[in-house]
Design a protein around this ligand. Structure first.
Ligand code: TXA
Ligand code: MG
Length: 404
């Protein structure tokens, strides 16, 4: 009702949403829109050409399936029952329902940052490109009102991966999307910064026991509290866990969340002394004449690092809010590679919720400052329900460069 009123009054907001919806219905180019997790790059999930447009704009490998976004359980019900509408009331057509194991999760977390895996029904309206040949699809109902209004106005399920260029950190602002996709898409709906900052948690309740395929905006402990999910299996790898099987969530095998700069992650168990030693050696070993370095601090590194100190975990006094920059004293060893031109120190806050919110922005901001390496302090599990998602993204961004 509220939307009908907005629409009839032709407010700037409703006109922007209408314009985006019209493009989604008719154009082959995807449209970027905000969600509570990250910005999505959306296309009508039932039109092959427009779904192909997503893969093209992002340069995403075609075997990495997309998540479907619905505005309501009714829209999902229509997706699961593609033939019913053609024979309304037909008694011989049994309806397909969402498997009951998902009920406690949907009651608690929808709309929100949770994606569930469902069987793609026969006669499905979904474009085959959405599922990349899998027999299942992932779907979520975003809590962002702007996202749901857009889906509602388009009146189609929207396929939407994160709206970054493939391999880059996910976008949490319209500016991030513009940076990556300018010239490749026609429209970005700007809804301000995404609240959560990391993508949805992907769960598979079709297997027994059920599995978490990707950590995200809903914590594993919260999921474990739900009936039927007490023994949920962690089926993703973020580099530290040995993979038991081939990746079950296809996207998890790719390089991900990577800024241009090399990312070195210090696990929460690192000592300050170990960190300093590592950084000094690292800078000496690297064959770059002079470095700009970025530091992303979370909790334990109370102050900036003095990179010239040999033995002790010496620190330099620096304000700990937001992004600060300070020149690092240069050690006179005659080795030019020990020169550090500038350190940019980014403090993200101390609980995983704040860290998740600012993480992708921080990686992107440091990239814009042309740093050569980013040292990141990890967070431990007890720092909030988003810590698993934060560490997963950081471990992927760091690739093999984990430090304990
Ligand atoms: O928060 C989010 O989920 C964001 C926003 C835009 O909604 N979307 C997002 O989409 O992160 P994307 O494409 O970047 O992530 C899709 C991931 C795949 O890489 C894969 O891990 C999983 O979702 N996925 C999708 N369909 C699947 C399926 N049928 N089986 C298993 N995993 C699937
Ligand atoms: Mg993504």
């Amino acid at each position: 009702e509220w939307w009908e009123k907005e629409r009839s009054q032709q407010t700037p907001e409703s006109k922007a949403i209408e314009e985006a919806a019209e493009l989604l219905r008719s154009s082959d180019l995807p449209v970027a829109f905000p969600t509570e997790t990250v910005y999505g790059l959306g296309a009508d999930a039932t039109r092959s050409v427009s779904v192909q447009g997503i893969y093209r704009a992002k340069q995403r490998p075609s075997d990495n399936p997309l998540i479907i976004h619905v505005d309501s359980l009714e829209m999902l019900d229509r997706l699961l029952n593609p033939t019913v509408k053609h024979n309304p009331g037909s008694p011989q057509t049994p309806r397909i329902a969402i498997p009951p194991i998902y009920k406690p999760l949907l009651d608690r977390f929808w709309p929100g940052a949770l994606t569930i895996i469902l069987h793609n029904p026969s006669g499905s309206e979904l474009a085959p490109e959405v599922t990349s040949k899998l027999t299942t699809f992932g779907v979520r109902m975003p809590s962002s009102p702007l996202a749901r209004l857009l889906i509602h106005a388009t009146d189609r399920p929207l396929a939407a991966p994160s709206a970054n260029a493939s391999t880059k950190p996910s976008p949490t602002t319209a500016q991030h999307v513009y940076h990556d996709l300018q010239g490749r898409i026609d429209l970005i709906l700007d809804g301000g910064a995404s609240g959560v900052g990391v993508e949805s948690t992907v769960v598979d309740g079709l297997t027994s026991p059920p599995a978490i395929l990707r950590p995200g905006g809903i914590g594993i402990d919260e999921i474990r509290q739900c009936e039927g999910w007490e023994n949920v299996e962690v089926a993703y790898s973020d580099g530290t866990l040995e993979m038991k099987d081939i990746p079950r969530a296809p996207g998890m095998k790719y390089r991900h969340y990577s800024p241009k700069a090399r990312v070195v992650l210090f696990e929460p168990t690192s000592t300050m002394k170990g960190v300093v030693k590592h950084v000094q050696k690292d800078l000496q070993d690297t064959a770059i004449g002079a470095h700009n370095i970025g530091i992303i601090r979370t909790r334990n590194w109370k102050l900036g690092l003095d990179l010239t100190s040999e033995d002790d975990a010496k620190v330099v006094d620096a304000p700990i809010d937001n992004l600060v920059s300070f020149p690092v004293p240069v050690q006179e060893t005659g080795n030019p590679s020990t020169c550090t031109k500038m350190a940019y120190d980014y403090h993200l806050g101390s609980d995983a919720t704040a860290i998740a919110h600012g993480l992708f922005s921080a990686l992107r901001a440091l990239d814009d400052l042309d740093v050569d390496v980013i040292y990141v302090e990890g967070v431990s599990d007890d720092e909030g329900h988003l810590s698993a998602a934060v560490m997963n993204r950081l471990r992927k961004a760091a690739g093999a460069e984990l430090r304990v």
